[in-house]
Ligand binder design. Structure first.
Ligand code: PNS
Length: 168
């Protein structure tokens, strides 16, 4: 069985991520969407929330699983017996960082190939941080995130500081 790991922060998952996951699912027998747990990164959603949101958006994909990890991606890939790491590339600006990551991962796990899928043209500009910024200021993010999680994102992010103030 050919297994691919699709890693990222997914804070939150966007339509751009979902497109890459759907296309990876056509290429591999099983795709594990891997939510990274990085304590030094200030995420808007907990790892559990991010996993749950991705599960809700990938219900239609029978061969897709969602997991979390804290540690080296190369080790996780080895542990689950995956043959590939799948990443989406939006623009030339993504390339240098991704190139460096893929070389490091290759060094750490010679058996894992990094496979880059070029993003769909309508998602070229899309990123989780852009979505968060638009949502924070009350802009419409319906075109950018899967419908299943739209409300959750808006509720959490719209003027986050004010929401936090209300919660105290
Ligand atoms: O969505 P992101 O933030 O671009 O995802 C980055 C991610 C999680 C894929 C990357 O940071 C990662 O693989 N982190 C785990 C630690 C690791 O293995 N680093 C690469 C080896 S140099």
């Amino acid at each position: 069985m050919r297994i691919a790991v699709c890693p990222g922060s997914f804070d939150p998952v966007t339509k751009g991520h979902l497109d890459i996951i759907e296309r990876a699912a056509k290429l591999f027998d099983k795709v594990i969407v891997l939510v990274s747990v990085n304590p030094s990164k200030n995420c808007s959603f907990t790892a559990e929330e991010r996993v749950e949101m991705i599960r809700r958006c990938t219900r239609h994909l029978e061969t897709v699983e969602v997991d979390t990890f804290s540690g080296l991606l190369a080790e996780y890939v080895e542990k689950v017996g995956a043959c590939a790491i799948v990443k989406g590339l939006r623009a030339v600006s993504d390339f240098e960082y991704e190139f460096q990551q893929s070389l490091a991962n290759k060094k750490l796990n010679a058996d894992a190939e990094t496979v880059f899928l070029t993003t769909a043209s309508q998602n070229m500009f899309l990123s989780s941080s852009l979505v968060k910024q638009i949502a924070f200021f009350g802009g419409n993010i319906a075109d950018f995130v899967p419908a299943e999680i739209l409300e959750q994102i808006v509720t959490r992010l719209h003027r986050q500081e004010e929401n936090e103030g209300e919660r105290v």
